[in-house]
Design a protein around this ligand. Sequence first.
Ligand code: GS8
Length: 220
Amino acid sequence: MSKAKLVILDCWVSPFCMRVKIALNEKGLEYEAQAEDLFGGKSELLLSSNPIYKKVPVFLHGGKPLCESIIIVNYIDETWSSPPLLPPCSYGRAQARFWADFIDKKVFDACGNIWRSKGEVPVEAKKEFIEILKQLEEALGDKDYFIGTTFGFVDIILIPLTSWFFAVEKIGGFTVEAECPKFSNWMKRCLQRESVAKVVPPPEKVYEFVLMFRKMQGID
Ligand code: GS8
C-alpha cells in the first residue's frame, strides 16, 4: 500500500469533489482537502495540475495529479483495493460503469435545467428530471444499493448529486419523495453512511449557494 500524501483540490459544494472524498473515506484513507476559490481566482496548483479543464476535483497522489471525478474514483479503487467499490466480475464492473456514465451525462444537466431557469420552470424540464430518476429507480429495483448488495461505485457517483435536489425541488415546486419513493429511500440510506454524511453538505446550505449563484448570474 502506498503511503504518499493524498490531496484533493476541492470545492465544498461540488458533487464531483464529494465523489472523491466519499471514495477516500470508504477506503479509510487520510487526505488533505485544499479549498479552491472558483470565483475569486484558481490556485496555480489547480491551473498547472488540470491545464485542460481547469476544474476541481484534482487528486494529487504523492504530488502526481489526476483529473475527472469518475477516473479518480476508479484509480482510488484500483490503487487501494479494500474494500472494493466495483464488483469482482468484469460484467458487473461494466454495468456499474454504464450507470456511472448515464448519471454523468444526465443528472447534473437535468438539475441545472431546473435551478438555472428564469421565471416559471418549464414543465418539460421537470418531466425530464423525474423521468431520469425513474430510470434510475428502475435500475435500483428492490436492491438497497445500485450494483450488488453493498454501497459501491454507482452509489458514490450518484449520491453527491442529490445534495442539490432540495434546491431543485424548491425552485421546481415538486418533491422527489412523492415522485420516486424508492429512489428517495435509497438517498436516505446512503446519506446515513459515515463516509457520505461527513462530506455531503446540508441541502439548505446548497440551496443558499444556488440562490446566491442565480443572483451572480443575473437570473434573479
Ligand atoms: C466535472 C468537474 C466540474 O464541473 C468531473 O470531475 O467529473 N467532469 C468533471 N467542476 C466544477 C465545479 S462543480 O460544478 C469546476 O471546477 N468549475 C470551475 C470552472 O468551470 O471554471
